[in-house]
Design a protein around this ligand. Structure first.
Ligand code: BES
Ligand code: ZN
Ligand code: ZN
Length: 519
């Protein structure tokens, strides 16, 4: 009996005949609309479930039908769980109710994030994906008390890289349900679209996303925000003129020419104010070079340009948000390949600042291209330099995919990053820059520096950071190692499996926070 009742409920509590009549009177297939509504955990002293404001209003409009359906259709919806009901109201043929967890959720010091925002992103993404599977072309989303987080959950959750597949997911237009909070919603859309652009660049196969293609994509994308933005695509001859011998030594092993992308965004009232300079590692494929990687999972090394992707995407986003700050983005782009022209272990190369480097492992190539880009970053009288790189496997061992590691010589810069990551939920965690690690990089037999630590097996993320520090003289610098957060299996529920585009939103948030210091 109960089973029969549940079956009827799943169809909206109507008989088959009623459902048919209902669906016949519904709008045509192309303008079918889905709706995502939130519900909180029941508190101990409450005996009825608690909808969000929008959920409550919807339930009232159907005379308490939704509450009734939710109660009889199964167990209470816990955080991140979702259930879809059909034919409850004519204008929304399918409604996904999603569990938001405790209504009291807020900043959690142990997790170092705002749990309310995280819960909203998780829940909304699940609901949106369920409705996408039902091929809904439009989905309206409950702001759940934080429209920005709801927009991020929707836009990030719906993204899938299927450009090269014949069968594609339904393209969904996610819209805010109700008319208030539009500004906050729109901000969330821009943040999430920024991260999705980085995901797109990272996920693209290396034979498509070559250095030149990457540069063109950035140029094209910046056409949508032409105001106050300049892009320079520097060819190999320019890189040679700059005496970037370390970068060139990596690129010469490949048939693809290197490119150096330079993006300028002048958002501050004083266009001459010292900029925030972002530098991103842009290895479009890392085979390891002569120190060849094993072939297992080598395909993931198409995303070894994640640093370049996230810094360029964050500048696109900062420009769309019209942040009042000057930002320069620098991305050395090339492949790391083995060939007759490639670097050999023991080779010595000379960086732009004159320092010589013994290349004992050609797979430690990220630091070689960043060394020259960091030297160049100093030409712009920067207020701060932040470099982002999928730099070391050791970073994956240290923090896994929970947070990116930040190595910084500046408490001021670190504080801004830390504040930013609490809001975005895309976490960063501070790591050490001890002299201890520097000593391991500066004792080279043939040159000023070695590109791998003396104590090979240990502290690899820290010795890599210590190497980069040798190319920094400004007081505010941070190196963000994003190797651990490059991919997602299922750890971050609002991102599908694949390349993550992390931590684009945290970089945007950093720029937003620094804006006030720039004018
Ligand atoms: N791109 C890799 C680091 C990496 C590994 C990023 C896995 C994302 C996932 C980097 O160029 C590299 O190969 N680093 C070496 C350095 C070592 C030879 C000192 C590493 O970490 O093994
Ligand atoms: Zn490598
Ligand atoms: Zn690499």
């Amino acid at each position: 009996m109960l089973l029969m009742f549940r079956k009827a409920v799943a169809a909206g509590g109507r008989t088959y005949q009623q459902c048919r009549l209902f669906s016949l009177s519904c709008s045509s297939r192309s303008d079918r609309k889905g709706l995502v509504l939130g519900v909180y955990d029941k508190e101990k002293d409450e005996n009825s479930l608690k909808f969000t404001e929008a959920g409550e209003a919807f339930d009232r409009s159907v005379s308490g039908r939704l509450r009734e359906l939710l109660t009889v259709s199964g167990p209470a919806l816990t955080q991140g769980k979702s259930r879809v009901f059909h034919a409850v109201r004519q204008d929304f043929p399918s409604v996904a109710v999603v569990g938001l967890g405790k209504s009291s959720a807020a900043f959690c010091s142990q997790e170092n994030w705002d749990s309310k925002k995280v819960n909203i992103r998780n829940a909304v993404s699940v609901g949106c994906r369920q409705l996408q599977d039902l091929e809904m072309p439009t989905i309206e989303v409950d702001p759940c008390g934080d429209a920005q987080s709801a927009a991020e959950g929707a836009i990030l959750g719906l993204f899938e890289y299927d450009e090269l597949k014949q069968r594609k997911k339904t393209v969904v237009a996610a819209q805010l349900h109700g008319s208030s909070n539009t500004e906050s919603w729109q901000k969330g859309v821009l943040y999430a679209e920024g991260q999705n652009f980085a995901r797109y660049l990272m996920e693209s196969p290396a034979n498509h996303m070559t250095p030149s293609c990457f540069a063109n994509k950035i140029q094209q994308r910046l056409k949508s925000v032409p105001d106050k933005v300049e892009v320079h695509i520097r060819p190999k001859s320019w890189i040679e003129d700059q005496q970037m011998g370390s970068f060139l030594s990596v690129s010469k092993g490949s048939d693809e020419p290197p490119v150096f992308v330079e993006v300028h965004y002048k958002g501050a009232t004083n266009t001459k104010a010292p900029p925030l300079v972002f530098v991103g590692k842009g290895i479009t494929f890392d085979s390891g070079g002569i120190s060849l990687k094993s072939s297992k999972n080598m395909d993931a090394m198409r995303a070894d340009m994640g640093g370049a992707a996230t810094v360029c995407s964050s500048i696109v986003t900062a420009a769309s948000l019209k942040l009042p700050i000057n930002i320069i983005g620098l991305a050395p782009l090339c492949e790391n390949m083995p060939s007759g022209k490639a670097n050999k272990p023991g080779d010595v190369v000379r960086a732009k600042n004159g320092k010589t480097i013994q290349v004992d492992d050609t797979d430690a190539e990220g630091r070689l291209i960043l060394a020259d880009a960091l030297c160049y970053a100093h030409c712009f009288n920067p207020k701060a330099i932040v470099n982002v790189a999928t730099l070391t496997g050791a970073m994956i061992a240290a923090l896994g995919s929970a947070a990116a590691g930040v190595f910084s010589n500046s408490d001021w810069l670190w504080d801004h990053l830390r504040e930013g990551n609490v809001v975005t939920g895309d976490r960063v965690w501070r790591m050490p820059l001890f002299e201890h690690y520097s000593r391991q990089m500066t004792e080279s037999q043939l040159a000023d520096l070695n590109n791998i630590g003396k104590d090979r097996g240990s502290g690899g993320a820290c010795t890599a950071a210590a190497f980069l520090k040798e190319f920094v003289t400004v007081p505010h610098w941070a190196h963000v190692d994003i190797a651990g957060v490059m991919t997602n299996k299922d750890e971050v529920p609002y991102l599908r499996k694949g390349m993550t585009g992390r931590p684009t939103r945290t970089l945007v948030e950093l720029a937003a926070r620094l804006s006030s210091d720039f004018n």
